[in-house]
Write a protein that binds this ligand. Structure first.
Ligand SMILES: [Zn+2]
Length: 150
């Protein structure tokens, strides 16, 4: 059986942990002394952003797991492996959290209107929540009841 590894279970190094200076190249201390390049891109509002260059595929990336990019280390995002039902539930709960819900999932009523929010925006959010709840609940498999008799 093939084991699936997820990004959030794997140690990583982030480019921002190194605070690189423009033009920097550095060697990360691992047994193979892999040389990892750093490249820079210009940001829209000014400044420059550093990136690792993956030593295997030269892909530009923010994180290495631990010394190659996510693609080369064959890691997956956990949310991409969710079932359609789990994804729908997570989406519906995330929508409710925008309106102040802290816990309870789909089993509690939609939260009351926050004081700062307009009535129109709240109503749109409530309508959307009903739609998302219906999708999530619709994906539950209802066990068929066996009818009595023969
Ligand atoms: Zn790579």
């Amino acid at each position: 059986m093939k084991m699936i590894s997820y990004v959030d279970d794997t140690p990583s190094i982030d480019i921002h942990d190194f605070r690189p200076v423009p033009g920097a190249r550095f060697v990360i201390k691992n047994p193979e002394q892999v040389r990892i390049g750093v490249t820079w891109t210009d940001c829209t509002l000014g400044g420059r952003r550093p990136w690792f260059r993956c030593p295997q595929c030269s892909h530009r990336c923010k994180k290495l797991y631990p010394f190659v990019c996510r693609s080369c280390s064959k890691l997956r995002y956990r949310c991409k492996s969710e079932s359609p039902r789990d994804r729908a539930i997570r989406k519906a709960i995330r929508h409710r959290e925008k309106f102040g819900q802290v816990d309870g999932g789909l089993l509690v009523p939609f939260p009351p209107k926050p004081r700062y929010m307009s009535e129109e925006k709240y109503q749109r959010g409530l309508d959307e929540s009903l739609r998302l709840d219906a999708i999530a609940i619709g994906l539950f498999e209802v066990p068929k009841k066996s009818r009595g008799g023969n």
